[in-house]
Design a protein around this ligand. Structure first.
Ligand SMILES: Cc1ncc(COP(=O)(O)O)c(C=O)c1O
Length: 322
């Protein structure tokens, strides 16, 4: 067999060969640099081990601590015992009972009629936008939305795109008015285009919150739908959240019950109240009962002066071509 790049090819293919040769030379140069990734040797938590050294982990979306949650680890082991490794590729092998159960649990948690799970938020955004919008529909997007939203709009081929200054409700209204004007012209099928306002719930780079009540109010005023990517807010923020935590220590036989109530007063102001009761039996056999009540007022980081600058270079996409 003769490799196709070496046989006697017409002129056009020779040009192609030169291009591939250039690519190989660039790849070889990159390979010669011997760039190696940082390899994490520990599980994902507040701390990481990299190359035998202990680090605090500030680079994670691991807010809920699921990777180290004993009940989840146990449930995963049990599921592997019963169902094996993986449920198969869903679009090929079909929906598994585990998908159905997971989606029912998520819908219950969200208080919605139903839920659909995807393997990544990137895929979820791409699917949602492509399902809702066609090429002639209209997107109104926050300037600092996550790259996956921007890619989703591109992949859906939506041609009418409006972008508003980050969290600037005056500018959102201006863009919605323009979108609303465009909406008056029917599409080829005679229907009027749908307007979709898309925003991150918690912005992935600065951690500030979208002004959702105002966004929804404006969207309704201009006959638009609102889509929120809540990748960083789910299970972390909410109007009222009550968390009960029961901990049983090992060595010193300690039992603790913590009740935490979090109230979101405004998009930027959170009040949390926690009550904890702990009982510990130490090795000296002394019995200690402690009741503590703590009240904390938390101000979330929002609207930092000059806050449009990225926190780190080459971040997750806000400066990419939109
Ligand atoms: C707001 C937001 N949406 C989507 C994504 C993409 O997530 P995934 O890595 O699950 O595709 C991220 C990733 O950090 C994100 O911050």
């Amino acid at each position: 067999m003769v490799p196709i790049g070496i046989c006697d090819l017409p002129h056009a293919s020779t040009a192609g060969m030169a291009t591939t040769a250039k690519l190989w030379s660039r790849l070889s140069a990159a390979q010669a640099k011997k760039t190696t990734p940082r390899v994490v040797n520990s599980s994902q938590g507040a701390r990481l081990t990299i190359g035998g050294k202990d680090y605090l982990n500030f680079c994670s979306s691991h807010y809920l601590g699921f990777a180290e949650e004993p009940r989840l680890k146990q449930a995963a082991q049990k599921a592997i015992e019963v169902h094996g490794l993986g449920t198969g590729y869903r679009t090929l092998s079909g929906t598994h009972q585990l998908h159905v159960d997971l989606e029912a649990a998520i819908a219950k948690f969200k208080g919605t009629e139903a839920a659909v799970c995807f393997t990544s938020a990137y895929a979820a955004n791409a699917s949602a936008v492509q399902t809702l919008l066609g090429k002639e529909d209209i997107v109104v997007s926050d300037q600092l939305n996550h790259a996956s939203i921007i890619d989703a709009v591109k992949v859906a081929g939506v041609q009418n795109k409006f972008r508003y200054d980050h969290s600037d409700m005056g500018d959102l209204e201006k863009q919605l008015k323009a979108a609303n004007e465009l909406q008056k012209t029917p599409k080829k099928n005679g229907e009027h285009p749908l307007i979709l306002v898309i925003t991150d719930g918690v912005f992935s780079m600065d951690g500030d919150l979208a002004k959702l009540p105002k966004i929804v109010e404006l969207a309704k005023k201009y006959d638009a739908l609102t889509m929120v990517d809540d990748a960083h807010g789910e299970g972390v923020l909410g109007a009222v959240r009550v968390r009960v935590r029961l901990g049983l220590g090992r060595g010193s036989a300690r039992c603790a019950l913590t009740l935490r109530l979090t109230l979101r007063l405004t998009p930027t102001l959170t009040l949390s109240l926690s009550l904890s009761l702990s009982l510990s039996l130490r090795l000296t056999l002394s019995l200690r009962l402690r009741l503590s009540l703590s009240l904390s007022l938390t101000l979330s980081r929002c609207g930092r002066p000059g806050g449009r600058q990225p926190l780190r270079a080459g971040g997750r996409g806000r400066h990419r071509d939109r």
